[in-house]
Design a protein around this ligand. Structure first.
Ligand SMILES: Cc1cc2nc3c(=O)[nH]c(=O)nc-3n(C[C@H](O)[C@H](O)[C@H](O)COP(=O)(O)OP(=O)(O)OC[C@H]3O[C@@H](n4cnc5c(N)ncnc54)[C@H](O)[C@@H]3O)c2cc1C
Length: 310
């Protein structure tokens, strides 16, 4: 039986209280949210802490999904299940529905949190890849106040983040832009497993008067559909989930097409850094980065196009 080393247990009742405990106990202490990443690591003795600070009582303060015209805000204690069941969120960002369907199992999704997922900084973490794809920002709070860190700077390496030992992640923010579509594609060895490789895509469309680019879209009422912007985020093919800026540069301003998705797939394969491990060879993962990028982009564009037409 796997048993963690002995530890003391504290229960925080407020965000300030949790930060106060972290300041008092220093790096001998660790926050525990859903516990689905931290506790397995402690049972395997890959991580040992003298104190665990349970933040589940903060779900009332940090378990929320709120909307304005400009952004979505998700509290750090929001659980996978709550994300998967938020019809309003899934309508704005269908990529969450795709990802949550393939994360673990109901037991994990009932307890695991978005904050824990991001702070675990596992290179294969699906919600990290979603946040990377959507260009999210992370709100980190300490006794000195709050700071907002873009996803590109949040992960500092495998299992390392920008959150200091006396700070906590409180919220993740997602910008909303019109005519958007998003999708997530993952290959796993068996249902609920971590990704062999995964790709997220987010696109934003605009339309130009028909023929202004020398081609037409007969289904789109006098206008050609153009990619105003696009982002691709990859998981499990490098030290952290990563966005590929060269894909955005190649896609921006272009008319969506199979050739364009193929070019994006090539760039994904060229710009990722997979390693051979029990989940697959580096070459196989590079192939997946290519294929899954094409599929995610194709589906994201289809969803955005449906929105433009509705
Ligand atoms: C069997 C199994 C299968 C899984 N499969 C998948 C999968 O396919 N895809 C996937 O993406 N994930 C998978 N997971 C992980 C799951 O999604 C976890 O819920 C998630 O990784 C961590 O969330 P948590 O709330 O449980 O975090 P915890 O385990 O409680 O914490 C993880 C880390 O984050 C820190 N932390 C937590 N909250 C905060 C905060 N607010 N501020 C600062 N630090 C914080 C903790 O101190 C710890 O270091 C799986 C887990 C299990 C057990």
């Amino acid at each position: 039986m796997q048993v963690p080393a002995p530890f003391e247990y504290e229960r925080a009742t407020s965000v300030d209280g949790a930060i106060g405990l972290l300041e008092r106990l220093g790096d001998t202490a660790k926050l525990v949210a859903g516990g689905h990443s931290l506790l397995p690591m402690m049972k395997l003795r890959l991580a040992n802490f003298e104190y665990l600070i349970d933040i589940n009582d903060l779900h009332g303060d940090l378990g929320y999904i709120t909307f304005t015209a400009e952004e979505v805000r998700i509290g750090a204690m929001t659980r996978h299940r709550e994300i998967a069941e938020s019809a309003e969120l899934l309508a704005v960002f269908p990529i969450f529905a795709d990802a949550e369907q393939v994360i673990a199992d109901p037991v994990v999704r009932n307890r695991g949190t978005i904050g824990g997922s991001l702070c675990q900084a596992d290179p294969a973490e699906d919600l990290s890849a979603v946040c990377t794809t959507l260009g999210a920002s992370c709100v980190i709070r300490g006794s000195g106040g709050e700071r907002v860190v873009p996803m590109a700077e949040f992960h500092r390496g495998p299992y390392e983040t920008a959150v200091g030992t006396t700070e906590m992640l409180t919220e993740v923010r997602f910008p909303i832009r019109p005519y958007a579509g998003s999708a997530y594609e993952k290959v796993e060895r068996r249902a609920g497993d971590w990704a062999v490789a995964a790709a997220g895509a987010a696109v934003w469309l605009s339309s130009e008067p028909r023929g202004s680019r020398g081609r037409t879209d007969s289904e789109n009422d006098g206008h050609d559909v153009v990619l105003a912007d696009a982002r691709v985020g990859l998981a499990a093919v490098g030290p952290n989930t990563v966005e590929i800026p060269s894909i955005s540069a190649a896609l921006r301003g272009q008319t969506p097409s199979e050739e364009l998705y193929a070019r994006a797939g090539e760039l994904a394969a060229q710009n990722c850094h997979p390693v051979t491990d029990p989940r697959g060879s580096a070459d196989y993962k590079r192939h997946l980065a290519d294929e899954l990028t094409r599929r995610a982009l194709r589906r994201a564009v289809q969803r955005a196009t449906d929105q433009v037409r509705s």
